[in-house]
Structure formats: structure tokens, C-alpha cells
Design a protein around this ligand. Structure first.
Ligand SMILES: Cc1cc2nc3c(=O)[nH]c(=O)nc-3n(C[C@H](O)[C@H](O)[C@H](O)COP(=O)(O)OP(=O)(O)OC[C@H]3O[C@@H](n4cnc5c(N)ncnc54)[C@H](O)[C@@H]3O)c2cc1C
Ligand SMILES: NC(=O)c1ccc[n+]([C@@H]2O[C@H](COP(=O)([O-])OP(=O)(O)OC[C@H]3O[C@@H](n4cnc5c(N)ncnc54)[C@H](OP(=O)(O)O)[C@@H]3O)[C@@H](O)[C@H]2O)c1
Length: 465
């Protein structure tokens, strides 16, 4: 350990990103009793909580109560929050090395994966990433326009994000009015002409990525029926064999629900049809360059080298006429300045959470990673707790082995002076709590959980009052 640290045993850690991974890491660090650790958490947004605020569906309020746990972590006197401070813009790696012993990247997966098919960028072809951020009031996406005047929408992909998007498109005015969906999105959705939504998966019912509670919810929508074609609900021989060799209760339950939905008929105002074993090969434009239809190829499953069942295109095609397409085939991390990036996975290369060089041979002193930017865009909120635990164990081991940066100015005051120079309007946790109270108070007036600020300027104005 260097001289300063020996004297006061104080270690300063910077966490970039205030989503679940960042907060769970802070919690693990504070729970270590042997070391005296101070944490500064940065976020480019004025508000904390990452995808819990801007991803988790507005009609899933219960899951958002995890933020109460994060509030407790933030109440630790050794914790500071710097909102509106973007790594790579307001603050650099060089700055952080001068002020912290360790730097932890928890910046999540900020963009989407591409399908690489013709027509992907037509008008009215959007990513779920954008749509989700828009309806959740993320300030960077609040000004986007979604033309919901058409009746038919296709969603490509069959994960829980696709399910969220489908559900939000199919909810009634009454259902949406109880959520914290952004005001502009509420107006647009309740006045939309959407009647038929198709969720399209490239594999079969047994391989669908959505989870059972999410599928169950689709069967209980007020104004939309969840439909499945009888012939597409049947299992192919390879899947039947696979399931008999690898029985799994949750898949059995999923198949029971799918079979039940395949008996549904349309009785309500809207329908959500789940389609299996189809891959988009082209999005077809009308004469004005808007989405007119989607060309799909029928797939059959085949066994891959690792034993999993993968989709293989057949000769059979289908044209599905739709007015809009949402691509929901997964999120993707973006590179950060001065940090290695593994392009093929869209993550920061790492060995169990220690940042590695691009060849993944050596780890880099002082740099760590957790959450979606560490392992890729999969897993629920709780998955990040375990993941952060793995990284933090290594951070603590490295501190004990005196393998950290040697910061020249490891004091709270010094970094705060620098932050004020870089962005005098940065947001601290007290500011956030004021924003939070105001949003909740506005919500109470109209019977909603909260009414979000969706513009950074409005937040700044409110804080100046
Ligand atoms: C649409 C959607 C719905 C979901 N719904 C659920 C659900 O209902 N239940 C559930 O358990 N899980 C859900 N998940 C999964 C869950 O949200 C993720 O597991 C989790 O948010 C990942 O945490 P993270 O901290 O790695 O990333 P994020 O939550 O994305 O947090 C990253 C943070 O880093 C910040 N950041 C990025 N770049 C910078 C930078 N350069 N400088 C400073 N800050 C930066 C971002 O602003 C953000 O606040 C959902 C995911 C999505 C996409
Ligand atoms: N309520 C919740 O708990 C909740 C809500 C939202 C998100 N989440 C979690 O957040 C994580 C991310 O969710 P996600 O939905 O973005 O990802 P996901 O679960 O990985 O699903 C991605 C979907 O896209 C499909 N896909 C990928 N590439 C494709 C291509 N080229 N063409 C066609 N389809 C393609 C996948 O099919 P294959 O399976 O064939 O690859 C899969 O159906 C997941 O872990 C999810 O559980 C949880």
C-alpha cells in the first residue's frame, strides 16, 4: 500500500454509470468492513438508475421499487453522485487516474444490434431501444417521432423487451393512465390506430426468449387478444427429442400457455399475434420510402455443434403487410474513449471484471467493469448484483495487494472543484431527491406513480426555483 493509504486506509473509487450494476457494486464495496472506501458515482444523465428508469416498462412499477435499495446505498456519507457528467466528455480517464485508486465502468449497453437486411433504415422502421427510451421519457430520445397512424406493426425478436414493446402498444388508455409513461407517449399511444401487432421469432415456441410471467401477462390484456397460429404452436421433431432428453419445467409451462393461446380467437379491439420460426429477410418500402411490408423466410430448426437448436432458412417465404417495424433483437455496448473494446461482443474485454487489453492476455491496473458492458445485454436487474460481486471481490483483492492507481489528489474536494469547472450545473443526489419528489407530487395530482421530467432544461429550471 502506498504511504497515504497506509495512514488512513482510505481508497477512492469512481463508478461510471448509475444503473443496477453500478449501485450493486457500490453496495458490495461499502459492505467490506476492512477497507475505508469512498465512492463517487457518475452518470451522463441528470437522473440515476439507468434502465430501471429508462428501460423497465412503465406498467411494471413494482420492479422499479428496487430504487429504494439504491437510495439507501446513496445515503451512505461516503457516497457522492455526479449527474450530468459524461465519461469521455466532461471527464477523462486521465482525470480519474489523478483522483481515484480504482475506476469501475458500469455504463450498460447503450445502442442496438443491427439485422443487416435491406430496408432496415426505412421510415417507420425503428429499434426497440429508441422506442423504449422514448416512452420512458429518456431526455436524449424525448424528441423522437413515431408515426403510429398505421394499423399493423411487426416486432422482430422474441425477448422480454419485444414483449414490453408489444404490451405497451396493446394497452388501453385506462391501463396506461396508471403508469409513469412519458406524457407525450401516452397521448400518442392512446390516439394511435394500432390494431394488429405481430411479434416475430426466428425459432420455435420452446426456444422463445421471453419468460413465463411476461407471456402470462400477454394473455390478460384489457383490449387485446394474444393469438398464436395452431400450426406454429406445434413442436418439431428435434425439439421434441431435445425436451425429452433435457426436460425443463419452465419450458413445459411455457408450452402449455402457448398451446392455450393457440385456441384463442379474436374478440377484442386489438390483437397481438406471436409468430414462430420466421426470419425477416427484407423490409419492403412503399413509393415514399415508408415501411409497407416485411418479407419473412420460414425457418426449420437444426442442431448446431454445441447441441443447441438454431434456425435454418427454408425455401418458403411470406410477405406480411405492416405499417411499422420495431427491431428488438438485443442491445449493444458502445466503446468508451481510452478503454479497450471487444467489437464482436460489444463489451469491454475483461477477465471476471478486471478490464483486459484487446488481446485479452493482460489485465489493466485500476480498471474494472460490471453489468451489461461487462457481460453483454442479458440478465435481469438481480443478475447485476451477482456480477458486481464478482468484480468487487477482485477490486478488494487488488487493493489489498496494493495494485491500484497512485492518485496525486485523492480527495473529495479536489475532484469536486474539477467537476464544477467542467459542468457547473452537475446534479448531486440531493438534487435528484428533489426531482424525485416533484415527479411523484405531480403524479399524485393525476393518479399516476410519477410524472417524469423528460427535458434536462426543465430539471435545471426546477432546481433553480
Ligand atoms: C427495455 C428493458 C426492460 C427491462 N425490464 C426489466 C425488468 O422488468 N426487470 C428486470 O429485472 N430487468 C429488466 N431489464 C434488464 C435490466 O434493466 C438490466 O439488467 C440492467 O439495467 C443492466 O444494468 P447496467 O447497470 O449494466 O446498465 P444500465 O441500467 O443501462 O445503466 C448504465 C448507466 O450508465 C450511464 N452511462 C452510459 N454511458 C455513460 C458515460 N459515458 N458516462 C457516464 N454515464 C454513462 C447510463 O446513463 C446509465 O444510467 C430490462 C432491460 C431493458 C433493456
Ligand atoms: N420483465 C423482465 O424481467 C425483462 C424485461 C425486459 C428485458 N429483460 C431482460 O433484459 C435482457 C435483454 O432482453 P432482450 O429482449 O433485448 O434480449 P434477448 O432476451 O436476448 O432477446 C433477443 C431476441 O432477439 C432475437 N434475435 C437476435 N438476433 C436476431 C436476428 N438477427 N434476427 C431475428 N431475431 C433475432 C433472439 O432470438 P434467438 O433466441 O433465436 O437468438 C431473441 O428472440 C434479457 O435478459 C431480458 O430477460 C427482462
Amino acid at each position: 500500500m502506498n504511504k497515504d493509504n497506509k495512514e488512513n486506509n482510505l481508497y477512492r473509487v469512481a463508478i461510471l454509470g448509475s444503473g443496477p450494476a453500478g449501485f450493486f457494486a457500490a453496495d458490495h464495496l461499502f459492505k467490506n468492513n476492512e477497507l475505508n472506501i469512498e465512492i463517487d458515482m457518475y452518470d451522463k444523465l441528470p437522473t440515476p438508475f439507468g434502465l430501471v428508469r429508462s428501460g423497465v416498462a412503465p406498467d411494471h412499477q413494482k420492479i422499479k421499487t428496487v430504487t429504494k435499495v439504491y437510495d439507501k446505498i446513496a445515503a451512505n456519507p461516503k457516497f457522492k453522485f455526479f449527474g450530468l457528467i459524461e465519461y469521455g466528455h466532461h471527464i477523462t480517464l486521465e482525470d480519474l487516474k489523478h483522483h481515484y485508486h480504482q475506476v469501475l465502468f458500469a455504463t450498460g449497453a447503450q445502442t442496438d444490434r443491427r439485422m443487416n437486411i435491406p430496408g432496415e433504415d426505412l421510415n417507420r422502421s425503428h429499434t426497440a431501444t429508441e422506442f423504449v427510451a422514448w416512452y420512458n421519457g429518456h431526455p436524449d430520445f424525448a424528441d423522437l417521432e413515431f408515426d403510429l397512424s398505421g394499423e399493423k406493426i411487426a416486432i422482430i425478436g422474441m425477448g422480454n423487451v419485444a414483449v414490453d414493446v408489444a404490451r405497451i402498444l396493446c394497452r388501453s388508455e385506462e391501463e396506461l393512465s396508471k403508469t409513469d409513461i412519458a406524457g407525450y407517449a401516452f397521448e400518442k399511444l392512446v390516439n394511435s390506430n394500432v390494431k394488429e401487432v405481430f411479434m416475430i421469432g426466428r425459432r420455435g415456441p420452446a426456444q422463445a426468449a421471453f419468460t413465463n410471467p411476461e407471456l402470462k401477462e400477454l394473455g390478460n390484456l384489457d383490449i387485446a387478444d394474444c393469438l398464436i397460429l395452431k400450426e406454429e404452436s406445434q413442436l418439431d421433431d428435434l425439439t421434441t427429442q431435445y425436451l425429452s432428453d433435457n426436460p425443463e419445467r419452465s419450458i413445459e409451462r411455457k408450452l402449455e400457455m402457448i398451446s392455450e393461446y393457440s385456441n384463442h380467437t379474436k374478440t377484442k379491439e386489438k390483437s397481438l399475434t406471436i409468430r414462430f420460426l420466421l426470419s425477416p429477410t427484407e423490409i419492403i418500402p412503399d413509393e415514399d420510402g415508408n415501411v409497407k411490408a416485411i418479407k419473412l423466410v420460414k425457418n426449420a430448426l437444426s442442431k448446431s455443434d454445441d447441441g443447441s437448436l438454431r434456425p435454418k432458412a427454408t425455401e418458403e417465404n411470406e410477405i406480411l403487410e405492416v405499417d411499422m417495424v420495431f427491431r428488438s433483437i438485443g442491445y449493444r455496448g458502445i466503446p468508451l474513449p481510452e478503454v479497450p473494446f471487444k467489437e464482436s461482443w460489444g463489451i469491454i474485454p475483461n477477465i471476471r471484471g478486471r478490464v483486459a487489453d484487446e488481446e485479452e492476455n493482460n489485465t489493466l491496473t485500476g480498471l474494472y467493469v460490471t453489468g451489461w458492458i461487462k457481460r453483454g445485454p442479458t440478465g435481469v436487474i438481480g443478475t447485476n448484483k451477482r456480477d458486481s460481486g464478482e468484480t468487487v471481490a477482485l477490486m478488494i483483492e487488488d487493493i489489498k495487494n496494493n495494485n491500484t492507481f497512485r492518485p496525486e489528489n485523492p480527495t473529495s474536494d479536489k475532484i469536486e472543484t474539477l467537476i464544477k469547472e467542467r459542468n457547473p450545473e452537475y446534479i448531486n443526489y440531493e438534487d435528484w431527491l428533489k426531482i424525485d419528489s416533484e415527479e411523484i407530487a405531480r403524479g399524485e395530482k393525476v393518479g399516476r406513480p410519477r410524472v417524469k421530467f423528460t427535458k434536462i432544461d426543465d430539471i435545471k429550471k426546477h432546481l433553480k426555483k
